[in-house]
Design a protein around this ligand. Sequence first.
Ligand code: FAD
Length: 472
Amino acid sequence: MTTPDAIVVGAGPNGLAAAIAIARARRTVTVYEAQEAVGGGCRSEALTLPGFVHDVCSAVHPMAIASPFLRSLPLADHGLEWIEPPAMVAHPFDRDVRAALIERSLTETARDLGEDETAYRRLIGSVASAWPRLEETLLGPPRWPRHPLALARFGLKALQPASRLASQYFHGERARGLFAGIAAHAMLPLDRPPTGAIGLVLGSIAHTAGWPIPRGGAQRIADALASYLRSLGAEIVTNARVDAIEDLPPARAILCDLSPRPLLRIAGRLLPASYVRDLERYRYGMAAYKVDWALDGPIPWHDGRVARAGTVHLGGTLEEIAASEHDAWNGRASDRPFVLLAQPSLFDEMRAPRGKHVAWTYCHVPNGSTADMLPRIEQQIERFAPGFRDRILARHVLTPVDLERRNPNLVGGDIGMGVMDLRQTFLRPSWRWYRTPRRGLYICSASTPPGVGVHGMCGYFAAQCAIEDVLG
Ligand SMILES: Cc1cc2nc3c(=O)[nH]c(=O)nc-3n(C[C@H](O)[C@H](O)[C@H](O)COP(=O)(O)OP(=O)(O)OC[C@H]3O[C@@H](n4cnc5c(N)ncnc54)[C@H](O)[C@@H]3O)c2cc1C
């Protein structure tokens, strides 16, 4: 083993981002990854049948395209190509209610919401136009903002729960349901803050940056990051699980792309008891139950406009989505789960053989749940796309237990690597954020600010700490 300046444990998007930031500071770095391929939550595999490319975890990437750090990297030169579907999000309804769509254009999106046109502009439009002044604060650790007024205006809305914002601003069920679907990405009950903030941020990014998919699958993002990292002279070692920090070669900095529980397993005995207790108190939240399908044709949506969107939110009204998230949070598997669906093969011919398609979904379930959600998820799709089941060629399920088995960061199947409530937005995973009390040991995963998503910002900020403390 060589002795680099820095070692990164884990080649998820944040581990790779951390390594890139260190390599760009002209320090040597080696990455150790337990799996056979890089990517962590950013992987693609032929999960069902040969020729069908499925995204194992992340599928749609608003946070990647909006990330100031990823934007600064020459990833196109390393094979990454973004595809922007004609519409960002579709939200179908029952009966004869037209689907609500988030277009890239704010004007078109608002206009289609009829009675809620002005309210949509006031709620989402105001955040979208302030986004350039907000992104630095919202996509990093808590710190004094460069634009306090813009942040204060955002905070007044963002600190309200999504269900209250939706009912206060919107009158129609289409706009209310649409906002609830975006806010449900928070993996919290919709009557809790900061679900409003998640709805506002993801909603406004749809208009400022888009909700794109990478051509060829999520793996292409990880592969581009790894290729750029190697071009900077760094080494990546796969099939290399780190069981104890002491087993690593000496290095001035060790950055762990790990959530607190797996971090404690490999480094707990080197850390002071008070910090260990802080990490033990870190809370993991609701889990995902994920299903991928190989299909004989496109999903036969009742409202054909839904086929224009890369992402589809299945859960109907604000009330139904709120009930589903409330159930998952309170230990019950919902009978009518809110389902997040991606249909990348409609826009990317690399995902399936000609004429065939893939579909990607998950719903939220209680942490560690063993409930069989497959029939309930298929029923939700069938509800908005009668005939869906007839198109299924093969399916692949990942339960919360399977997710954790693949990646120990996802404790109990929590794909967010820890609840993103107000407390853990600011104390993530402790008040020290990226630093641990042990000099030279850092956390660079989505269990640090700004949290979940493929954006690399956690890795970037952890690397800045290491450079400042020990690598400078
Ligand atoms: C089902 C699912 C769907 C998602 N959908 C989206 C989406 O559509 N859009 C989006 O932006 N985000 C999505 N996410 C979230 C996103 O994938 C994560 O937030 C992101 O991957 C976090 O990156 P990370 O680098 O912090 O950690 P990870 O991606 O978890 O990477 C950590 C890496 O460390 C490795 N590792 C762990 N332990 C060890 C060890 N002891 N030794 C060596 N290596 C180790 C793991 O194998 C892994 O490769 C989804 C996640 C899941 C699970």
